[in-house]
Design a protein around this ligand. Structure first.
Ligand SMILES: [Mg+2]
Length: 293
């Protein structure tokens, strides 16, 4: 493998070529891409699936990444599901990946709190993914006098629990929310959107939440490190300007917007930032990307 990589580096000058030269046949292709060391942080909802429906060609796209050994992780703001639950959801769409391919805002939150000083305590309004990650990072889950109140997505917490969290924050607990994703505002949608529950607690306490999920640098950076990439080697693929693309742009990553989800092409001119590439769906992407030189 090393010899092939050396051969490629000595005989091909990628900076002068926009595509893989024809001299490199299929057998060398994956080695060439691996040698170039670039990787992808891939949003899921609106990119791979929409609710319970697979987005056309997303399964082929992931197959290509796996076959060509292109490093990637799914990067999702959903802190509710555990990694295993996410893997099982993807399996229902015919996408076979492992838990290692999933990075969630729950993981980013757990790692952040762990890095800030282990042995902290937290009162959690959230579900399995968040509870697991906090526990794995040495945070003790408590029902009184916490150092942190941590809010994630969930349908199981009550207004009584919200009230308790409000009292804890008013008594001095620090308030963290895993993300601030809005509700899609569709009838029948099965949760309020964490932006709504965050706003409720902010209003009741007069305190602003610290956000760990996309577009927060907390998650954008820790997801990159999780993949073992440098800034210049990192590309974000997502469907939402306010999270995936803004987060990527602010970190200096390359960004690909897909139009298979929330973003509308006619609205892109309203933003002060823009993605490096816009495609209708991930199936349209060809590798190597043009900046992988
Ligand atoms: Mg999305």
């Amino acid at each position: 493998m090393v010899e092939i990589a050396d051969f490629i580096s000595q005989t091909i000058k990628p900076s002068n070529n926009k595509t893989i030269p024809a001299i490199i046949n299929a057998n060398f292709r994956s080695t060439y891409l691996a040698f170039m060391k670039h990787g992808l942080l891939i949003d899921m909802d609106g990119v791979i699936y929409s609710g319970e429906t697979l987005i056309e060609g997303a399964d082929r796209f992931i197959d290509r990444l796996l076959k060509e050994n292109i490093p990637f992780t799914f990067m999702t703001n959903n802190s509710q599901r555990t990694r295993l639950e996410t893997v099982r959801k993807l399996a229902r769409f015919g996408i076979t990946v492992t838990e290692d391919h999933v990075y969630t805002s729950a993981m980013a939150t757990g790692k952040f709190l762990g890095d800030q000083g282990a042995n902290g305590t937290a009162y959690v309004l959230g579900e399995g993914g968040l509870l697991t990650s906090l526990h794995e990072n040495g945070i003790t889950l408590v029902d009184s006098d916490p150092e942190f109140v941590v809010l994630g997505e969930g349908r199981n917490f009550t207004l009584e629990m919200v009230q308790r969290a409000v009292d804890m924050i008013l008594a001095g607990a620090k308030f963290i929310t895993t993300n601030r994703d809005p509700s899609p505002k569709k009838p029948g949608w099965n949760n309020l959107g964490i932006a709504a529950t965050t706003a409720m607690i902010e209003e009741a306490t007069g305190r602003k939440a610290f956000v760990t999920g996309k577009p927060s640098p907390v998650m954008m950076r820790s997801a990159r490190k999780y993949l073992g990439l440098e800034t210049a080697e990192t590309t974000v693929i997502g469907d939402t300007m306010e999270t995936d693309i803004q987060g990527g742009v602010q970190m200096g990553y390359k960004t690909v917007l897909v139009l298979s989800g929330i973003a509308k092409k006619e609205r892109l001119g309203h933003y002060a930032f823009k993605p490096d590439l816009v495609v209708s769906s991930v199936d349209q992407l060809d590798f190597p990307l043009k900046w992988w030189q």
